[in-house]
Design a protein around this ligand. Structure first.
Ligand SMILES: [Fe+2]
Length: 273
C-alpha cells in the first residue's frame, strides 16, 4: 500500500473495528454516507484530498476527518467482495485472502519444485547413509551428504512458505525411493556419488530456470525475485560440487579418497554439520 498513514488506515479499514498500526483507533470518515460503504452504491476506492491534491503531505496530522473521501472504486470493490465472501479453511483456492496476481501455473510450478527439492533431499540422505556404513567408513562424505540433504529440505520449506505467502496450496507428491548402494566398479563410490550429485544439482538449476520463465510469463515480480535468489544459491551449489568432481577424478579410488574424506570431515566441522 503506497499511501500509509492514519487517513489511509481510516479509509481502507473504516468498516473494521480494529486499530491501525499507529495505534490510532479507526473512526469512520464524516464524509462517507451513513450507509456502510460495504453495502452502499457509492462503491469506488478513491483516496484523495478534498481539494484534489495527489501528493501525500509531509505532516500526516494535517488531515482532518472530512478531508478524505472514501469511495470504493469498482476494481477495489471486486477485490473487497472476494475477501468478504472468503470462508475460513475453505478448500476452494479462489477463497484465499492473500492471493493476488498469483497464476495457477506458478502454484503448480512451485509444488513441482517442492517435490524436486524433497527428492534431492531423500537422495542425499540415502547417500549419507551409504557412506556411514561400517564397511564403507567415509564419515566426511556421510556428513557432506547429510548436510546436503538438510539443505534441500530447507529449500522445500522455503518454497512451501512462499506458496503459503502468496495464497497457493501446498500439495506434496510421492517420492521415488533412492538406491541404497553407490559403489561403481570403475569410478569407485565417492566419485560416482559426487557425479550423481552434480547431475542432480544441474537438473535442479535447470528446473529453477524453468520456474523463472513461468514467473516472467505471468509478470509476477515477487515470484521472479524469489526464484532469482534460489538461482543464485543454486549456481554456487553447482560450482561447489563441480569442484569436488574434478578433485575426485584426480585422487583416484584408494588412499586419495580416504584423504579427501578427511578434508570433507574438516569441512563439516567448520560448517557445524
Ligand atoms: Fe535445492
Amino acid at each position: 500500500m503506497q499511501l500509509v498513514g492514519r487517513s489511509v488506515c481510516r479509509a481502507a479499514f473504516a468498516q473494521l473495528t480494529t486499530p491501525c498500526r499507529s495505534g490510532n483507533a479507526l473512526v469512520a470518515s464524516t464524509s462517507r454516507p451513513s450507509v456502510s460503504p460495504l453495502h452502499s452504491s457509492h462503491r469506488s476506492f478513491s483516496l484523495s484530498r478534498a481539494q484534489g491534491q495527489n501528493t501525500a503531505p509531509a505532516d500526516r496530522t494535517e488531515y482532518k476527518d472530512d478531508e478524505v473521501i472514501f469511495k470504493p472504486m469498482p476494481a477495489g470493490e471486486q477485490q473487497l467482495a472476494q475477501v468478504q465472501t472468503a470462508e475460513m479453511n475453505s478448500p476452494d483456492v479462489d477463497d484465499s485472502f492473500a492471493r493476488l496476481n498469483y497464476h495457477q501455473d506458478s502454484e503448480i510450478g512451485v509444488n513441482e519444485q517442492i517435490n524436486h527439492e524433497y527428492s534431492m533431499s531423500y537422495q542425499y540422505h540415502a547417500m549419507s547413509n551409504y557412506f556411514n556404513r561400517d564397511n564403507v567408513g567415509l564419515p566426511g562424505f556421510a556428513a557432506f551428504f547429510r548436510s546436503s540433504s538438510l539443505e534441500e529440505r530447507n529449500h522445500a520449506q522455503q518454497l512451501m512458505d512462499f506458496q503459503a505467502t502468496r495464497g497457493g496450496r501446498v500439495k506434496l507428491a510421492a517420492l521415488a525411493a533412492p538406491p541404497s548402494d553407490y559403489n561403481h566398479e570403475e569410478k569407485g563410490d565417492a566419485l560416482y556419488a559426487m557425479e550423481l550429485a552434480l547431475a542432480l544439482e544441474k537438473l535442479n538449476f535447470k528446473m529453477l530456470f524453468q520456474l523463472h520463465e513461468v514467473a516472467e510469463k505471468h509478470n509476477d515480480a515477487n515470484f521472479t525475485d524469489f526464484v532469482e535468489e534460489m538461482l543464485a544459491e543454486q549456481a554456487q551449489g553447482v560450482k561447489e560440487v563441480s569442484d569436488y568432481v574434478a578433485q575426485l577424478r584426480r585422487v583416484g579410488k584408494g588412499l586419495g579418497v580416504y584423504q579427501f574424506d578427511a578434508k570433507m570431515a574438516e569441512r563439516a566441522t567448520t560448517m557445524g554439520a
